[in-house]
Write a protein that binds this ligand. Structure first.
Ligand SMILES: [Fe+2]
Ligand SMILES: [Fe+2]
Ligand SMILES: [Fe+2]
Length: 425
């Protein structure tokens, strides 16, 4: 019988939400603000325990499908009638519904811009109550952003939200908002309260329980969240993961280690959630500033995994893939004395995959050509010589496995994009 695992939902919500809120794109801090607003509004509504859990979870990640600066800016511009505002909601839905326990959260995300005046009666019947709360909380978060002193602006925001009562928003939710908004505490919390403080002091969320063999499903959901932000990255993680796992298998690692390396491979670039897709997609040379943004991603991979106790043993393997044996990698400047076999394997797999994979603007090099580059990296004392040797010896077989994994991922991405480009709710 499969072992039962527990994940702290508070840790998951905190780590994912905080990661997204570190973005350099316009929605910085937006998820925290929305979650705090939703928490306060929900206090005046009669929600079940489960509904409250799901509302907080959904609020904390609701714009995870807005990949670009352009899209994020539009969300702050309040152009509600735009159809494209639904695209990011649909993306979030498609990403989260992949993990069976998150199906209801996925539906909340799908309808988080399905306002009263933008939907038909038939559509409205499908909208979860939590989405209606999230809609109001989201707008409060947007309207209160960048307020020097939020109390200077609260009256204006109350007026704006009430204007939309029965128009965009359900009157019942606006009433709850009105009660919450009477207190300065509501506004000051929106500007100041961290999610960790919220969970530590006021709000307990239920843990998630699932069978140990479902863990890969959860990690696989993360893989899609990371890669599907752009066509450029759409198959990268799948490639890195399989190359690293194959290296470990040939090396003779145990089954359990190989499974964990696969997961570390799936998660290695999760820090890229802070990078808007415009930078991921730039075909030419990056500016120094753009490269510096990319260079932060492994730090955020580390921070994300560090918060989640269930992933503590793969944290280092996943976040050290830009470290180098000579100590000149980033961000920790680890070296040949501190880097584990697993971390080295993912670093080698990352370079090999980056070279051989096709991008929309260029074809990948052959396995043979990639090995020439990897040998130079060994000369420079960057990559592990034994692992590069191993890869060279089994290059055909490993490269075939990579191609297969990336082809599969490409098909998944195409299906995802097809769904995403549908019109309406
Ligand atoms: Fe949104
Ligand atoms: Fe939002
Ligand atoms: Fe990376």
């Amino acid at each position: 019988m499969a072992e039962l695992l527990t994940i702290s939902l508070e840790e998951l919500v905190y780590s994912l939400s905080t990661l997204m809120d570190h973005t350099i794109a316009p929605l910085r801090d937006h998820h925290r603000r929305t979650t705090i607003a939703a928490y306060h509004i929900a206090f005046y509504l009669d929600l079940t325990w489960q509904q409250r859990n799901d509302l907080i979870f959904a609020s904390a990640i609701h714009d995870i499908g807005a990949f670009s600066i352009k899209e994020q800016k539009a969300l702050l511009d309040l152009r509600f009638e735009d159809q494209h505002i639904n695209q990011h909601a649909r993306a979030a839905y498609l990403l989260f519904k992949e993990f069976s326990q998150f199906e209801h959260v996925a539906i909340i995300l799908r309808y988080h811009h399905a306002y009263l005046n933008a939907t038909t009666n038939a559509q409205r019947a499908k909208i979860p109550y939590e989405s209606l709360i999230l809609q109001v909380a989201d707008q409060v978060a947007v309207l209160s952003m960048d307020a020097h002193n939020i109390l200077d602006r609260s009256a204006k925001i109350i007026e704006e939200i009430n204007k939309q009562s029965g128009v965009m928003f359900a009157p019942e939710i606006v009433e709850a908002f009105n009660k919450a908004a009477e207190k300065e505490k509501f506004w000051l919390d929106i500007n100041n309260l961290s999610l960790s403080a919220l969970f530590a002091e006021r709000l307990k969320l239920d843990n998630l329980h699932f069978k140990s063999d479902e863990l890969m499903g959860l990690v696989n959901m993360f893989r899609r969240i990371i890669d599907f932000r752009s066509e450029v990255t759409s198959t990268h993680t799948a490639g890195v993961s399989v190359v690293a796992a194959e290296l470990a298998r040939i090396h003779g690692s145990e089954e359990e280690t190989i499974r964990k390396i696969t997961m570390a491979g799936f998660l290695h670039d999760i820090g890229k959630l802070i990078v808007p897709s415009e930078i991921l997609e730039k075909p030419g040379k990056l500016t120094r500033a753009e490269f510096n943004i990319i260079r932060t991603h492994t730090y955020f991979t580390y921070e994300f995994l560090n918060t989640l106790s269930i992933f503590s043993d793969i944290r280092d393997w996943a976040s050290q893939h830009h470290e180098r044996l000579n100590g000149r990698g980033y961000p920790f400047h680890e070296n040949d004395r501190s880097l584990s076999f697993e971390s080295r394997a993912i670093a080698v797999a990352d370079v090999f995959t980056a070279l051989t994979e096709d991008r929309p603007y260029r074809k990948g090099v052959t396995g043979k050509e990639a090995m020439v580059v990897l040998d130079v990296d060994v000369q420079k004392q960057e990559l592990d010589p034994n692992l590069v040797l191993l890869l060279g010896e089994h290059q055909d077989e490993i490269n075939q496995a990579r191609i297969k994994a990336q082809d599969r991922s490409r098909k998944e991405y195409q299906a995802f994009m097809k769904e995403m480009n549908k019109e309406g709710f």
